[in-house]
Design a protein around this ligand. Structure first.
Ligand code: ATP
Ligand code: MG
Length: 388
């Protein structure tokens, strides 16, 4: 079977957004299967059909389409003309050699002119299959599900329905800047925003040469992995060590992490403005560590004017870890590294930073110059999936 029928959730579509949504979904599907022999994408009422040439690798297509956000589910299908007799003959022919003891037929009729209703098609095709194979019908626990789609000019049938990733196509919600460390949380935060239709630009702060390069190498691996969901990514690697040295000279230990974070927000925001991105994303989770109390989060947020999105705010560590294992970032994130925030900071940072204290400490710093230094010193790397 060399076609894939893709179903998406109609409910996500508001009238005016529909063409935009569909174009993004098609574009993302095309990128996802690039190199796998896609011939064309056909738009049918409520469906898309991806047609591949005969060399197509089914397993590879399965894996790639399964990662495309906005896809509710999909099936490998065969096309026939929309009349019952041809449909039955073709299904029986394709079932030849398949072993199964129970089955069900699941018909969707997009063409209301078709002379039979969906339950009638289910019954007729079901009887034919039962007759030929001897398998019994089981509506709840069938070993094989035969899906049939009847459209005005075509019918499709297939023997599987594979769950997609759900969510919205990457791009429909706009661009955001993701602050990504080498840790467990920020890659998951990034992934959750992609699933809500955001296209991400990544920013990582490193303290080379004060610390080694592991965090940068981890971040490259993480971005490479996440690029499988948005097909191209840009990563800014911002040298932060010198900036940290100046902060250290200006402020007592307990407030340092807060000042680092505020400086990160200013630099990330400047990058966001250059990239026409409209929000920042972090992996912060309420109360997970001493620096992530409500008081601290609000002092950190005060340094930026763009909204700061924190999709993990209400999640437990274990839930975040489970997701990290699922998408494959966990093993990279747990590689030991030297994070820039460990540089020159105490074991016990302030848990309730006060804005007045923080602003007083910052008053001795040239914040604009530091921001320019961070943005100006950034190295930019591009990632693509599939890699060329
Ligand atoms: P993570 O697992 O994402 O590192 P964390 O639990 O270690 O999170 P913190 O170290 O307090 O938490 O960092 C909070 C957030 O600040 C991170 O999720 C990330 O968005 C951002 N951040 C921290 N360090 C960096 C860095 N070196 N570069 C870019 N962003 C960072
Ligand atoms: Mg961290």
């Amino acid at each position: 079977m060399k076609s894939v029928l893709v179903r998406y959730h109609e409910v996500a579509l508001k009238k005016g957004n529909r063409p935009y949504f569909m174009n993004m979904l098609k574009r993302n599907l095309r990128s996802s299967v690039s190199g796998l022999g896609l011939k064309e994408i056909e738009s049918l009422p409520g469906r898309l059909v991806l047609c591949f040439d005969s060399t197509a690798d089914r397993e590879a297509i399965h894996q790639r389409v399964q990662r495309v956000f906005g896809v509710a589910n999909f099936s490998f299908v065969e096309r026939t003309s929309p009349d019952l007799k041809t449909l039955e003959e073709n299904i029986l022919q394709y079932l030849d050699g398949r072993q199964f003891s129970s089955f069900r037929v699941d018909t969707k009729r997009a063409d209301k002119q078709f002379p039979l209703t969906s339950p009638e098609v289910n019954r007729k095709v079901g009887a034919a299959v039962k007759n030929k194979t001897g398998a019994r019908v089981d509506l709840d626990n069938a070993e094989l599900t035969i899906t049939i789609e009847i459209l005005p000019h075509d019918a499709f049938f297939g023997f599987d329905k594979i769950a997609g990733s759900g969510g919205l196509p990457v791009g429909v919600s706009g661009r955001v800047v993701s602050l990504i460390s080498g840790g467990i949380d920020s890659p998951i935060a990034a992934c959750r925003m992609m699933r809500r239709g955001c296209r991400l630009i990544f920013v990582h702060f490193h303290s080379r040469p004060y610390l080694d390069q592991t965090s940068q190498e981890k971040v490259r691996e993480l971005v490479k992995l996440l690029t499988r969901y948005q097909f191209s990514s840009r990563l800014y690697l911002v040298p932060f060590g010198e900036i940290q040295r100046q902060i250290v000279a200006a402020v007592l230990r307990p407030l340092r992490v807060i000042l680092y974070r505020r400086m990160m927000m200013r630099i990330a925001e400047a990058i966001a403005r250059n990239e026409k991105a409209s929000a920042l994303v972090t992996g912060e989770s309420l109360g997970q560590v001493a620096s992530q109390t409500l008081e601290n989060l609000s002092v950190i947020e005060e340094a930026a004017t763009l909204p700061i999105l924190r999709p993990l705010l209400g999640m437990d560590k274990q839930e975040i870890i489970d997701q990290a294992r699922q998408i494959g970032t966990f093993d990279i994130s747990v590689i030991p590294d030297q994070d820039c925030c460990q540089l020159f900071v105490p074991q016990h940072p302030a848990t309730k930073a006060r804005l007045t204290d923080v602003e007083k400490a910052e008053s001795t710093l040239d914040l604009q110059a530091l921001t320019r230094q961070g943005v100006g010193g950034a190295e930019v790397e591009e990632f693509r999936f599939p890699a060329e």
